[in-house]
Design a protein around this ligand. Structure first.
Ligand code: NDP
Length: 359
């Protein structure tokens, strides 16, 4: 079942596109790769990117309700960094990752609706930094024709996050004004596209002029360089002192206070992440003083909790991507063996759009 991969792989780093021959990496165990084994990334202890190590593991057998997929593209997400550092707790050793696209290899008992060879994607993969992985069938969707595996992996987690934020957490309509932090990031670019398509005016924050350009291309009407200017002052100026209807904030620690101050009375702050760190403890009385504001800390899993909701969001996002109505940036492509570099680049703000690993 193991398929060998060419030793020459393409990698794309910010601003670079190059070919190189990969040197074999140190791994757990030095045996010849056996037939029923696969390459995977494992973490044996929490820490920096160096704890991400290559390992040879048995290809897992699908259990009741599970599907074994051959992973073709792995989505890298911030949550894996939180787990690696121990901010979120998980049992060790751990194969990181929950997002992937690939092909159905084997069905476990009781699985219906899928067949071997189907092109599929999921955000519920049980360790996607690997050549093969198990997925509960309930969390697997088929990908539409015309969509590459890279595009499917790039669209799923950040696309469905943007979808629930724009369509459910604060359902946007024409005439609304939204502030989106990290507008050139993975979620940021997709959320900006969806929000502007819904008719909202989108103001974004980014750290560099190059990111500002990308954010504008995605549909932002105003882009604030929050590393140079006080975004709160700028938002007030851009809205004639009124404030915005909603702030979508995945940056957290460094933006939280300013985000609350940018809202109109009864506006909503959707704090959906903490790329700059967790927000310190907060007294809810502040919401009253700042205009009877709403604060929510949403998570994707609660917005795809039913099969119907998963199919709605994944269906929309994958369809739009296949038709070119949702533009994906997939230029940050690394071999699986470079998982540590991929996470470092994400953590150090060097990326825009999606980061993918190729097993
Ligand atoms: P991004 O591609 O947006 O990367 C994070 C961006 O945050 C950076 O590129 C950077 O943009 C900005 N940033 C600001 N300050 C910092 C800092 N100190 N360190 C690192 N980055 C910083 O990542 P994703 O799109 O994958 O995720 C965005 C956020 O959404 C994350 O917090 C993630 O955890 C969260 N998330 C939440 C989900 C949910 O359901 N709750 C689901 C998916 C993601 P710039 O350089 O322009 O400032």
């Amino acid at each position: 079942m193991h398929c060998s991969r060419p030793s020459q792989q393409r990698i794309f780093l910010p601003g670079l596109s190059l070919h190189r021959i990969l040197r074999p990496l140190p791994r757990y165990g030095s045996r010849v790769h056996a037939e029923a084994e696969m390459n995977a990334i494992q973490i044996h202890e929490t820490g920096g990117p160096e704890v991400l190590r290559l390992a040879e593991l048995p290809i897992p057998e699908p259990g009741l309700g599970q599907v074994l997929i051959r992973v073709e593209a792995v989505g890298v997400n911030f949550i894996e960094i939180y787990f690696r550092k121990g901010v979120y707790k998980a049992a060790l050793p751990l194969t990181p990752g929950s997002e992937a696209a690939g092909t159905v290899e084997k069905l476990g008992p009781g699985v219906t609706g899928f067949a071997e060879g189907d092109a599929v994607a999921s955000v519920g993969v049980l360790g996607s930094y690997a050549e093969y992985a198990l997925v509960p069938a309930a969390q697997l969707v088929k990908t539409p024709a015309g969509l590459s595996m890279e595009q499917a992996a790039a669209a799923m987690l950040q696309g469905m996050t943007a979808h629930y934020l724009a369509y459910s957490t604060f359902p946007l309509k024409a005439g609304d004004t939204a502030l989106v932090h990290a507008g050139a990031g993975g979620v940021g670019l997709l959320l900006t596209q969806m929000a502007s398509r819904l008719g909202a005016r989108v103001i974004t924050t980014v750290s560099t002029p190059a990111k500002a350009e990308l954010s504008r291309e995605a549909g932002a009407s105003d882009v604030i360089l929050y590393t140079e200017k006080d975004f709160e002052v700028e938002v007030k100026r851009l809205t004639d002192g009124k404030g915005v209807d909603v702030v979508y904030d995945g940056v957290g620690k460094t933006t939280f206070d300013g985000s609350l101050n940018c809202l109109r009375p009864r506006g909503l702050l959707a704090l959906f992440g903490g790329a700059s760190g967790p927000v310190p403890p907060f007294d809810p009385i502040q919401l009253s003083g700042k205009g009877s504001l709403f604060l929510t800390r949403p998570t994707l899993w609660h917005y795809i909790a039913t099969r119907m909701e998963l199919e709605w969001r994944a269906g929309n996002v994958l369809d739009w991507a296949a038709k070119g109505e949702l533009r994906l940036r997939t230029e940050h492509l690394y071999p699986l063996t470079e998982a540590a570099q991929a996470q470092t680049d994400l953590e150090e703000r060097r990326t825009t759009g999606k980061i993918l690993l190729e097993p």
